[in-house]
Ligand binder design. Structure first.
Ligand SMILES: *[C@@H]1O[C@H](CO)[C@@H](O)[C@H](O)[C@H]1NC(C)=O
Ligand SMILES: *[C@@H]1O[C@H](CO)[C@@H](O)[C@H](O)[C@H]1NC(C)=O
Length: 597
């Protein structure tokens, strides 16, 4: 029995069955495959189909093909390496297809390749649509309920009907619970940056942070195993690529708001510096020790510990931006409101030293990225290596950024499964949170500081704030358009999460300004939306982040699935786990427990 001719293929999710019928007598075929989303990739051998024995009895080979993106297929004559035919098709999940390769009966020499659908694929996106609809229905139902409850008559009627206050009192006295007015015992406030301190806290910022965090939890738990909820293979943007930069942007925002209020309260700069250093140190420690992908290997597996990471990146970025702001901190002018000039650039001009520093840093990024010689690789290489760029530079993954990490930190101490591993067959270790990219995350956070400055300098002048947010959103958006030539792969600097390219930063900053532009008037000015439910995780972000990482493999955040290859089950599991974290954050908020470092 010929192994290539096996007809039983175990299908995984995002795969379809393709049966290749070779009816050509005396010609064996080699089938090559390439994904539409793989940029400048080498074709890979999919399967060999042996020659057909006699006319009318095709030789058949069965293979699983990927259904996430469109496929390019190329069929070659194995012995002569001559192309027989090629086709482009988007297969559907769990479909059953046949590719019939034959000479038509009319005697011509042309070979025909026809694709036939034996069994229709399933609709893999149906669960996402259903989840979305359920969410929408829930939101509408809750809004309607709240609206009803806000009507006085209805409220009276309902409280009479169930006599809730009396019941509440009875239950509470029964269980010996303290009344609401009692000071709460379990108040874990590790720090003076109380979320209740009014001037430093804007609800839209917390809401946005919560939104980013919740998407981050969902995505980290697997996002239903859909490709668009995972990180992009190399260039490009998916939902998963949106969250971390937004989070950094908000960190920058909050640095400025809380620092100003602390300094106003008379805290010395020196003391604040100590606090900043301590927080950064804690973040990095939590990142290396607790949220460490290798910790299952045992507590002493330091020789393979991953040094960079999300929290480490967060800690370093926070430290640089906070110290920068602290060094040049100036009191916010009090009488902003009296000066009615809309076009004042006070928020910008007051911070020229910071801008100078940031521009210098950015020049360093550009210089290193485009001019650092990397042995065996073209200077200024930005690609994924592997089979990308026609397989010419397999070991050049990430160009200068990857090279610096491998030299400075060592292969073993980097992330071992870069998102390009599957599609681009990258074999090098590459860390998306590496050293060089940190420069651009500092730029990202600094643009967040700028948003914070706008919110504070033009406090209570909604029009001024909205104009500035709009301007930043447009300027950064146009910069991205110029850098990327509005294309995924063809631009000067493509949008890339693995490299943290500058176009990625400008795109996501533009996006963050846009979200704030929408949320600020709705949440803080008009109070149309309280930010529920995102507001609660936003108030407890470190706890939710660390908690979701540490408990990701435990019930009820994960359980054994009936069908491991079903998007539906994965999606349900991930949504339940994410909702649980929202619930946990809500309970902690109600209990006034805030974990701050
Ligand atoms: C796919 O379709 C072919 C042709 O109808 C059939 O022979 C084969 O059993 C099917 N395979 C599966 C796994 O359904
Ligand atoms: C890339 O690295 C692998 C393993 O380290 C090595 O075997 C291979 O020859 C390298 N390829 C090139 C083109 O340098």
């Amino acid at each position: 029995p010929d192994l290539d001719q096996k007809k039983h293929v175990e299908l995984k999710m995002d795969q379809a069955l393709l049966l290749i019928h070779n009816e050509l007598v005396g010609t064996s075929l080699t089938v090559y495959w390439n994904s539409e989303s793989c940029y400048h990739c080498l074709y890979q051998v999919l399967v060999n189909v042996s020659r057909s024995g006699k006319p009318g009895t095709p030789s058949i080979a069965a293979v699983a093909v990927n259904t996430q993106h469109g496929s390019f297929l190329r069929l070659n004559n194995t012995s002569e390496e001559r192309e027989v035919c090629r086709l482009e098709y988007k297969f559907g999940e769990f479909g059953n297809y046949s590719l019939l390769v034959k000479r038509p009966n009319n005697g011509s020499n042309e070979i025909s390749c026809d694709l036939v659908v034996n069994k229709d694929p399933v609709d893999s996106n149906l669960p996402v649509s259903i989840a979305f609809l359920i969410g929408l229905v829930l939101i509408i139902a809750i809004s309607f309920l709240r609206f009803l409850l806000s009507l006085q008559d209805f409220n009276n009627w309902i409280s009479k009907a169930i006599n809730s206050r009396e019941t509440d009192r009875l239950i509470n006295s029964e269980l010996g619970s303290p009344s609401r007015a009692d000071p709460l015992g379990g108040d874990i406030q590790l720090e003076a940056w109380r979320p209740s301190a009014p001037p430093s806290r804007l609800r839209c910022v917390d809401t946005f942070r919560g939104l980013a965090l919740i998407i981050m939890v969902f995505v980290n738990y697997g996002g239903g195993k859909y490709w668009y909820f995972k990180h992009a293979s190399w260039n490009g943007l998916t939902v998963a690529d949106l969250v971390f930069p937004c989070f950094l942007n908000l960190v920058g925002n909050q640095i400025f708001l809380s620092m100003t209020s602390i300094l106003q309260r008379g805290c010395s700069k020196f003391k604040l510096l100590g606090k900043i250093a301590w927080r950064s140190f804690l973040l990095i420690c939590i990142g290396v020790v607790i949220v460490n992908p290798n910790y299952c290997l045992g507590p002493l597996s330091w020789d393979k510990v991953r040094i960079p990471g999300v929290l480490q990146r967060l800690g370093v970025t926070y430290f640089v931006v906070a110290v920068l702001e602290l060094l040049f901190a100036k009191p916010v002018p009090e009488n902003c409101a009296s000066e009615r000039s809309c076009f004042s650039l006070r928020d910008l001009t007051a911070s020229w030293p910071q801008w100078l520093f940031i521009l210098t840093l950015e020049s360093i990024w550009l210089t290193l990225t485009f001019f650092l010689p990397v042995p065996g690789c073209p200077t200024g290489y930005l690609g994924p290596g592997g089979i990308g760029d026609w397989g010419k530079y397999p070991n050049c993954t990430g160009g200068a950024a990857g090279y610096m990490d491998r030299v400075l930190l060592g292969d073993e101490h980097l992330y071992q499964h870069p998102s390009s591993a599957v599609l681009y067959h990258t074999e090098m270790a590459y860390d998306p949170e590496g050293i060089l990219g940190t420069i651009n995350s500092i730029v990202m956070a600094f643009l967040g500081v700028q948003a914070g400055k706008i919110l504070l300098y033009y406090k209570d002048q909604t029009k001024d704030i909205v104009i500035r947010f709009t301007a930043w959103c447009c300027i950064l958006g146009l910069t991205s358009a110029a850098l990327t030539k509005v294309s995924e792969n063809e631009g000067f600097i493509p949008v890339n999460k693995n490299l943290w390219s500058i176009s990625y930063v400008t795109t996501l900053s533009s996006f963050a300004f846009f979200i704030l532009l929408v949320l600020y008037p709705i949440v803080d000015v008009k109070g149309l939306w309280t930010g529920t439910p995102f507001f609660y995780p936003g108030m407890n972000s470190i706890l939710v982040y660390v908690g979701h990482e540490v408990f990701k493999n435990y019930f009820p955040f994960q359980w054994k699935l009936e069908d491991n290859q079903s998007h539906k089950e994965h999606l349900t599991q991930n949504i339940v786990a994410t909702a649980l974290w929202v619930l946990i954050a809500y309970i902690l908020y109600k209990k006034k427990v805030f974990f701050k470092i």
